[in-house]
Each structure stands twice: as C-alpha cells, then as structure tokens.
Design a protein around this ligand. Structure first.
Ligand SMILES: NC(=O)c1ccc[n+]([C@@H]2O[C@H](COP(=O)([O-])OP(=O)(O)OC[C@H]3O[C@@H](n4cnc5c(N)ncnc54)[C@H](OP(=O)(O)O)[C@@H]3O)[C@@H](O)[C@H]2O)c1
Length: 210
C-alpha cells in the first residue's frame, strides 16, 4: 500500500516504522521539511509536501494535533476535492488539559475531517493506545494481541486499514460506522483521566458474560 504520513512526531514514527517494516511504500510530510526528511530516511522512504503525500498515497495517516488537522487538510486541497477517494486514517484525540473532548458536543474529529475532505473515506483508528504501545512488536498483553477498533463508513477503506492493523500484529475490531467515532473519542478522554489518576483502566472491561 502507498501510505502518506502527515506529521513527524511520535505516532508518525511508531506507526510508520511498523508499516515500513511490513513492506509498504511511505511518503512523509510535515511542516518542517528537515524533520520530514529525517523520518523518511529512517523508513527508507521519501518526504515531500502535503500535496506530494496526497498525490502519492492510497491512505494517509493524520498524525497531527487535532487542532491543526483541518488547517493542514485545507492546505492540501481538501475542500477542492484533492483527497477524493483517499483513505484518511484518523488517530487524533481532541482533548486538552481538562481531559474533555474539544469538539462540538456529539461531533467527532473523524466527522469534522470527513466534512472537510471532500470525497475522502475517513477511518477512526489507533487513538485508544499510547504511542509506546504502537511501537511494540507485536503489541501483545497477557498473551492476547491488542484489539484495535475501527469506525468508518466505507468497506474498502476499512479493509485497507484492517490490513494495516494486522501488519502491527494486532486484531482489527468492527467499531461500527463513523457516527460511532464520537464514542471512541469520548472513551479515550475518559480513560486518559483514569490513567492520569492512577487507576487500572485495563481492569474496567471484563467479559460481558461470566
Ligand atoms: N502520543 C500518543 O500517545 C498518542 C496516542 C494516540 C493518538 N495520538 C494522537 O495522534 C496525533 C499525533 O500525536 P503525536 O503523539 O504523534 O504528536 P507529536 O509527537 O506532538 O507530533 C505532532 C506532529 O504534528 C506537527 N504539528 C504540530 N502542530 C502543527 C501545525 N499547526 N501544523 C502542522 N503540523 C503541526 C508536529 O510538527 P513539529 O515537530 O514541527 O512541532 C509533529 O510533526 C494527535 O492527534 C494525538 O492526539 C497520540
């Protein structure tokens, strides 16, 4: 798969490293061309502008702070259809220091991205775990591979992202349509607060029936 990576920080590095290792072709783009070139070199890949990544990629990982994603998509020509048919993988968590979602009530980042990027197929994924989890090869806990829920409305896009999840050694889980992404984003905000408060968040979801 041809994957564009927007961003040069932790998530870009963690997921890009895994996908480069799995044999995908990557192109890294960031606001600092030197950082993009350095990360691309690490992957054995190319770097370029936002538009270069859009032109190159089947799928684009939006590894950017939530507050900058929509502006970057604008710069990449989202409103004029430059992303038509592209898969946008959205790992963003729009939470600030209050640990509440910063999107309008009932609206997810994934839906705001969909509204911005005409014709693109957004898949919400990879937002529930810390970047260090995405670096594990593979992410397995107590003998169980990490399960990764995906929310999206386009079956072909979901299928591609399922492949990318399996490439990490994880198991994709059907999280429902993009209208469910708001719940996934709120879940992250809830769980982060538990972690910050020192709770064992992993212990809160036992099997539904015992
Ligand atoms: N870190 C985690 O544990 C984690 C886990 C799950 C999901 N996420 C989500 O994944 C996304 C990326 O997180 P991250 O940890 O990779 O962040 P990060 O390490 O801080 O990297 C952010 C990247 O975005 C760039 N950036 C910042 N502001 C920008 C702007 N206004 N315009 C263009 N580019 C900008 C940064 O560029 P510079 O280097 O030039 O500043 C950097 O390349 C976030 O939405 C986060 O909520 C993070």
């Amino acid at each position: 798969m041809r994957i564009g990576i927007f961003g040069t920080g932790g998530m870009a590095d963690a997921l890009g490293t895994q996908w480069a290792r799995a044999g995908h072709d990557l192109l890294v783009s960031g606001r600092d061309p030197a950082k993009a070139a350095a990360l691309a070199k690490q992957f054995g890949a190319r770097s370029g502008s936002w538009s270069d990544a859009v032109e190159f990629a089947d799928a684009i990982l939006l590894a950017l702070p939530a507050e900058s994603v929509l502006d970057v998509l604008d710069t990449a020509g989202a409103a004029s259809g430059a992303l038509d048919g592209k898969i946008l993988i959205d790992p963003t968590n729009a939470i600030d220091e209050t640990l509440f979602p910063q999107t309008p009530p009932g609206i997810s980042m994934a839906e705001l991205i969909t509204a911005k990027a005409v014709g693109a197929h957004v898949v919400k994924a990879f937002n529930l775990c810390h970047v260090d989890v995405w670096r594990l090869t593979p992410p397995v806990f107590d003998g169980r591979p990490l399960a990764v829920p995906l929310c999206g409305g386009d079956e072909r896009a979901l299928d591609h992202v399922r492949t990318l999840v399996r490439d990490l050694g994880c198991v994709p889980i059907d999280g429902g349509g993009l209208d469910r992404a708001v719940l996934m984003e709120a879940t992250m905000a809830f769980v982060v607060k538990l972690w910050f408060d020192g709770a064992d968040a992993q212990a809160i979801l036992p099997p539904a029936t015992v």
